[in-house]
Write a protein that binds this ligand. Structure first.
Ligand SMILES: Nc1ncnc2c1ncn2[C@@H]1O[C@H](COP(=O)(O)OP(=O)(O)OP(=O)(O)O)[C@@H](O)[C@H]1O
Length: 293
């Protein structure tokens, strides 16, 4: 498959994602082709076809344990496919050197780990590692990128504080800040709003929106709040049992029927007044959708 050229005009979000089985979208920067992922001989993600168009925000939704994080880890090359492949700019991601991958995409896992005693500033500076060579000092450009990332997540005043002394929400913002400092075109975020109060959730998602709109970053994230996902995404991918059930614009995907089929949730979907996006109103009565077994 040949490399995709950079777009000459702003991408049309409505053209963003191929539906399962349709292959790659026109300007897919990242794509899963018949991608299967699993652990210890057990398949968790089953033959997924998806294409993520350059310059769009896509959010993966689905019940606990359906394989969202596993899919994101596969897309970010933290997990090796058991079948199929991930394509970056039309080339097999498996054949791109790790450092080159880290210059193209940053990934924030669900439960990132850091060594004890590491300060916020040190953590965020680690985001610059893929951009530095072993013989180079931390440059002025690196310093500026770290300062920008700290400011964007509103934690500049915490730079000298060890991570373990932060609240859950502050720590989450520090990790997002590290991801930003990496300055990659592709940003993969697994539940970036975990631990955050509603104001900080909105703040993080507005930051994601700015990264996308102002800097042209392509964002793929996992969120549990479906209404926030609808509000801040161009495309929604709904998963259940390790398979893609639906993909498309928020209005196309987020319907009462889908919410029942995927989450076992009885809900109405209204249109929120500011941007006309779907908004989920649970109406009670649900069946719990079990994880993949
Ligand atoms: N490292 C692992 N080793 C073995 N099994 C795993 C591992 N990570 C995930 N799984 C299993 O894969 C399945 C899918 O997990 P995954 O974390 O991808 O789901 P998820 O949709 O992201 O869930 P949640 O919404 O709860 O975060 C689960 O059954 C889980 O137990």
């Amino acid at each position: 498959m040949s490399a995709q050229p950079a777009p000459t005009t702003a991408p049309d979000p409505a053209q963003g994602l191929a539906t399962p089985g349709q292959g790659m979208a026109h300007d897919a920067v990242l794509a899963a082709e018949a991608l299967s992922l699993g652990f210890d001989g057990r398949t968790v993600v089953h033959g997924v076809d998806l294409a993520f168009e350059r310059g769009t925000v896509t959010t993966v939704i689905g019940p606990n344990g359906c394989g969202k994080s596993t899919l994101l880890r596969g897309l970010g090359r933290l997990l090796r496919p058991t079948a199929g492949r991930v394509m970056l700019d039309g080339g097999d991601l498996a054949s791109v050197p790790p450092r080159a991958v880290a210059r193209r995409m940053s990934i924030l896992p669900q439960t990132p780990q850091a060594p004890a005693g590491l300060t916020v500033g040190e953590l965020v500076a680690r985001g610059r590692h893929p951009r530095q060579r072993w013989y180079e000092q931390f440059s002025r450009g690196d310093g500026a990128a770290v300062a920008d990332a700290l400011a964007a997540t509103d934690i500049a005043e915490l730079a000298a504080v060890p991570l373990e002394d932060l609240s859950g929400g502050q720590r989450q913002r520090a990790w997002i800040s590290m991801t930003l400092a990496q300055e990659t075109e592709l940003v993969l975020l697994d539940e970036p709003t975990t631990y955050l109060d509603l104001a900080h959730q909105v703040e993080v998602l507005e930051l994601v929106q700015r990264l996308n709109r102002d800097l042209g970053r392509t964002v793929i994230m996992v969120l549990h709040d479906i209404s926030l996902a609808a509000r801040y995404s161009d495309r929604i991918v709904a998963m259940r049992d390790g398979r893609i059930v639906a993909s498309g614009t928020p209005a196309e995907v987020i319907t009462p029927k889908l919410l029942w089929e995927v989450f076992g949730l009885k809900a109405e979907v209204i249109t929120e007044p500011t941007e006309g996006r779907p908004h989920v109103v649970p109406i009670g009565g649900c069946r719990v959708v079990r994880a993949v077994t």
